[in-house]
Design a protein around this ligand. Structure first.
Ligand code: CA
Length: 230
């Protein structure tokens, strides 16, 4: 029995449509499952790096020492990343300062930048100690010079006196060019470039993880595994 030309055309059309749908699904699955893709990963030049600086995947946290979510992320997600990906050399981790909470964000960030310049080896202990000291009362003022001094005194490898002088110098009203302030400008330019609107924002290489998934370790893992080509 001969097939009618109409039936052949309908069949071919259905097959083509089905293939197109499949193609769209496959393409979208590859590019949109974890978040927005940028052309390139944030530059970590001059930024603190934790882990192997040759690691194939770079995770950048855009954070704020005054942000309660950042404390929670540092205490829940970071340790898992460290154990699963940073310690084995798959991931290098970096942190960019976001100043969404005013003067206290600025003071804490300046202190961290100053510690990094003074002794990069002391930076990450100081970084985690800042989050550790963030009080539960989110409204309370807690980032003060006294608090910075106290935290710095508790971290090995920091010259607290020199640190406080560096901070004072950076915040002096008549200062025009200050290298620590320059670091905050570099970080703010990254915030702008990657359109960071909330903290913490996490980037895995060039992919900005969806805000809803920032605390979903399985999603972050999947994004890392894809970046590793696994
Ligand atoms: Ca920085």
């Amino acid at each position: 029995m001969k097939k009618s030309p109409l039936k052949v055309i309908v069949t071919i059309t259905l097959i083509v449509v089905a293939l197109l749908v499949l193609l769209v699904v496959l393409v979208n699955r590859d590019s949109e499952s974890f978040g927005r893709e940028f052309d390139e990963a944030p530059s970590t030049e001059g930024q603190p790096i934790y882990g192997d600086s040759d690691a194939p995947v770079t995770i950048v946290e855009f954070g704020d020492y005054k942000c309660p979510g950042c404390k929670a992320w540092d205490e829940t997600i970071f340790p898992q990343l460290e154990a699963d990906y940073i310690d084995n050399g798959d991931v290098q981790f970096s942190y960019v300062n976001i100043l969404f909470h005013g003067e206290e964000s600025r003071l804490a960030s300046l202190a961290a930048e100053a510690v990094y310049v003074q002794n990069p080896d002391a930076y990450w202990d100081f970084h985690h100690a800042l989050f550790d000291d963030q009080p539960e009362n989110q409204q309370a003022t807690w980032v003060t010079n006294d608090k910075i001094e106290e935290i710095a005194d508790g971290v090995e490898g920091i010259d607290t006196e020199a640190l406080m002088e560096d901070i004072e110098e950076a915040l002096a009203e008549d200062v025009e060019n200050n290298p620590l302030m320059d670091e905050l400008v570099i970080d703010d330019n990254l915030r702008n470039q990657y359109e960071v609107e909330s903290t913490p924002t996490i980037m895995v290489n060039n992919v900005k993880i969806e805000d809803d998934d920032t605390f979903d370790y399985e999603v972050i893992q999947a994004a890392i595994d894809e970046a590793l080509g696994e």
